[in-house]
Design a protein around this ligand. Structure first.
Ligand SMILES: Nc1ncnc2c1ncn2[C@@H]1O[C@H](COP(=O)(O)OP(=O)(O)OP(=O)(O)O)[C@@H](O)[C@H]1O
Ligand SMILES: CC(C)(CO)[C@@H](O)C(=O)NCCC(=O)O
Ligand SMILES: [K+]
Length: 259
């Protein structure tokens, strides 16, 4: 069984692929101080609750926070007796290499998303991921990542407002009933919700103009469904896109290794 680990700047998601499907998805907050032993206690408890055997034979990691990789490697070595593939490291091949400025280190989550999306939706895509950052990843005709856009994430923007303005509370993001808020919370919710609708629409339109061809928009991340309420922004929403991409990259590397 393959253990897939997706470490974002906010949350780390673990999932197990049994050869035909993902058995479960478990989420833990990202903290580079977390030790291999801590991960294992947490993971094995969840696995035993769901009555899974710990038969991990392979592991692949995507880490946007490089410092977490050390302890995740120790986890794989010590508890699963396996050497993990780490996306972005030279020994981890991608089906199609990215085409970006020399020296650019593209976030592994973005590369993984594009692999997952290209497999499911074919060429000419814009992948929108609502994580810590809201990212737009452009997939070319051959499946290559060819660049994109990085904007501050929704929760980060809310947090920044609360931190920077003494009278603004922390609020949850939701779709407000009206654009014009008649109280502080409603005003903030409107700014965030309609602001991000405008941001997504505007950036997608501009990317389409720049590429001068039809492009499908695939959304992922916890907040994607919120921004899909009746606006037709996305052609598809996929909550398992990163896991799917990790599994494909792992299979590709296995194939390459065995010829
Ligand atoms: N209505 C909502 N309001 C605020 N947060 C929400 C809402 N719905 C989902 N979320 C949050 O979205 C997050 C899931 O998003 P996702 O895994 O895509 O990104 P992340 O974990 O925040 O970021 P990263 O992947 O960069 O670490 C969860 O932390 C969840 O709490
Ligand atoms: C943009 C984030 C933070 C999104 O998770 C991550 O992909 C990252 O740290 N990227 C590095 C820079 C880049 O992708 O060009
Ligand atoms: K993510």
């Amino acid at each position: 069984m393959l253990l897939c680990i997706d470490t974002g700047n906010t949350n780390t998601v673990f999932s197990v692929w049994d050869g035909s499907r993902f058995l479960a998805m478990w989420r833990i907050s990202t903290d580079h101080r977390r030790t291999a032993d801590e991960y294992f206690v947490w993971l094995s408890t969840l696995m035993s609750v769901q009555k899974f055997e710990l038969a991990i034979t392979d592991c692949i990691i995507s880490a946007t926070a490089p410092r977490v990789v050390f302890n995740l490697r120790v986890l794989c070595n010590r508890y699963f007796d396996t050497r993990p593939l780490v996306v972005g490291k030279p020994d981890c091949l991608l089906p199609v290499p990215p085409r970006v400025d020399q020296g650019t280190v593209v976030g592994p989550d973005r590369l993984v998303n594009t692999v997952g999306a290209f497999d499911r939706h074919g060429p000419d895509l814009i992948v929108v991921d609502f994580g810590t950052a809201t990212t737009f990843d452009v997939v070319d005709t051959d499946g290559a990542y060819v660049g994109g856009v990085i904007s501050p994430g929704v929760n980060l923007s809310l947090e920044a407002l609360h931190m920077g303005a003494a009278s603004l509370p922390h609020v949850d993001v939701t779709k407000p009933a009206t654009v014009i808020g008649t109280n502080t919370v409603a005003c903030i919710q409107s700014g965030i919700f309609w602001g991000y609708i405008g941001l997504v629409q505007g950036i997608v339109d501009k990317i389409r103009q720049e590429r001068a061809r039809p492009m499908k928009v695939i959304a992922t991340g916890g907040l994607a469904p919120l921004f899909d309420q009746g606006f037709d922004l996305f052609d598809a929403i996929e909550d398992d896109l990163t896991m799917h991409g990790l599994r494909l990259i792992h299979d590709y590397n296995k194939e390459m290794a065995h010829g």
